[in-house]
Write a protein that binds this ligand. Structure first.
Ligand code: CMC
Length: 392
């Protein structure tokens, strides 16, 4: 009833109150529960940040030990998950596989479907989600390359465990490189939450119907997959590779991005909220430099990315529209240096974003938010009489 305000893409519509992430797009500020992203990326670790986002505070040592122990207890997935995995062709994109495996948890843990679940029950679902996500992600990769899956090695920390499941091959020794594990940990922190973006809003809106945590997050994984959202990290590398093949002519590609008829956008550029720089991109740019140096990797697309950024930041089209590199612009370069294949990039984003999705789902539930149900302005036909099929 009353007047409906149209706001395509919800550019100016707040859908919730949230105490999780603070973002000032004009100043380029991002904070999780009041802590600056710069400080967390430098000093914290991914599981601490997950605890912070989900439960509101950084854990003390005892809480941290319990949380990481609880997660380790649940890293194995049901053996029947392998049967589901077997049903996917090796051409299946790991994001589709990940979303399906994540949602399959509703079948293995049907108690999660109870909308009135106790706090202990919800905690168990949270811990299971964090514990099994790296296993699902690594198995989605193994399916794509046609290798046997690896089981989680609980002697290792969160990121090392994931890396071993991805890279270890049967009958070969495998040692996780700590430089790679640390770099991954930092990347996951930088992706851990970003207030009401497309996938997070999806998680909240699906959860608002009292759907289970697993189905809500599975929906978030699907939303993240799109090239305008998390899928951009894969598209950035595809774009940089194409520019390289094209002789490295960045000007030409900038002009293509400016031409609205080309259907091409500069991937990894622009953001709905950041109209200054994206603070995550700044940290990732520096990390890309550090990681490549530490690993002794010389990736020619890094140079192309730098050239492209420099040219775009000088170009009036990008300046006027306040288009800056976003989190996805340099992250793919790091993933590549870490040996992670291109179609796993968005899976890495999903692993990082998981604590944010959980925290937002939990907040929505605790705040007893009403079911999400946007309105519309109808533009279709007015009343028409039905015509029999023979007369149409
Ligand atoms: N290349 C060329 N032009 C662009 C770009 C770009 N990457 N991004 C925005 N524009 C132009 C757009 O054409 C429009 O121009 P005009 O005002 O003349 O019509 C203006 O800038 C505003 O863009 P918009 O599409 O109205 O802005 P939005 O807030 O709806 O979209 C965005 C934000 C991130 C979807 C968009 O900037 C984009 O498509 N970027 C490329 C994809 C990308 O990198 N996505 C990752 C986002 S950050 C991490 C994440 O969420 O996963």
């Amino acid at each position: 009833t009353g007047t409906i305000t149209l706001d395509l893409g919800y550019k100016n519509t707040g859908a919730t109150k949230s105490a999780i992430t603070f973002l000032d797009g004009d100043k380029g500020i991002l904070r999780y529960r009041g802590y600056s992203i710069e400080e967390l990326a430098e000093k914290s670790n991914f599981l601490e940040v997950a605890h912070l986002l989900i439960f509101g505070e950084l854990p003390n040592q005892q809480q941290y030990n319990k949380f990481s122990h609880d997660i380790k207890t649940h890293t194995l997935v049901h053996e029947d998950i392998k049967k589901i995995l077997d049903g996917f062709p090796s051409t299946a994109h790991p994001m589709g596989v990940l979303a399906s495996l994540f949602c399959s948890q509703t079948a293995f843990y049907p108690e999660s479907l109870d909308p009135n679940r106790s706090a202990e029950g919800v905690y168990l679902s949270i811990v299971r989600s964090l514990a099994k996500m790296p296993t699902f992600a690594a198995w989605a990769y193994k399916n794509a390359v046609g290798h046997p899956v690896n089981y989680p090695d609980n002697k290792l920390d969160y990121c090392s465990r994931f890396l071993k499941m991805v890279f270890a091959l049967p009958a070969e020794d495998f040692e996780v490189d700590p430089v790679i594990a640390d770099a991954l940990d930092k990347l996951l922190i930088l992706h851990a939450d970003h207030e009401q973006n497309c996938s997070t809003s999806t998680v909240r809106i699906v959860g608002s119907s009292k759907a289970s945590i697993y189905s809500s997050i599975s929906a978030g994984i699907n939303a993240l997959w799109g090239p305008l959202h998390g899928g951009a990290n894969q598209e950035v590398i595809v774009m940089l590779e194409n520019i390289k093949k094209d002789g490295g002519d960045t000007e030409k590609w900038i002009n293509k991005a400016k031409d609205k008829n080309s259907g091409f956008r500069l991937m990894g550029f622009g953001h709905r909220v950041y109209k200054n720089f994206d603070p995550r991109a700044k940290i990732i740019k520096k990390a890309a430099d550090d990681v490549l140096k530490k690993l002794g990797v010389n990736d020619p697309v890094l140079e192309i990315a730098q050239k492209l950024e420099e040219a775009a930041l000088k170009d009036p089209y990008f300046v006027e529209r306040k288009l800056y590199p976003n989190v996805d612009f340099y992250s793919g370069i790091i993933y590549r240096a870490l040996g992670i294949p291109v179609d796993m990039f968005t899976v890495m984003f999903a692993m990082g974003r998981l604590p944010g999705w959980i925290a937002q789902w939990k907040e929505m539930r605790e705040n007893k938010e009403p079911i999400g149900r946007p309105r519309q302005i109808y533009t279709g036909a007015t009343l028409r009489p039905y015509t029999e099929i023979t007369k149409r």
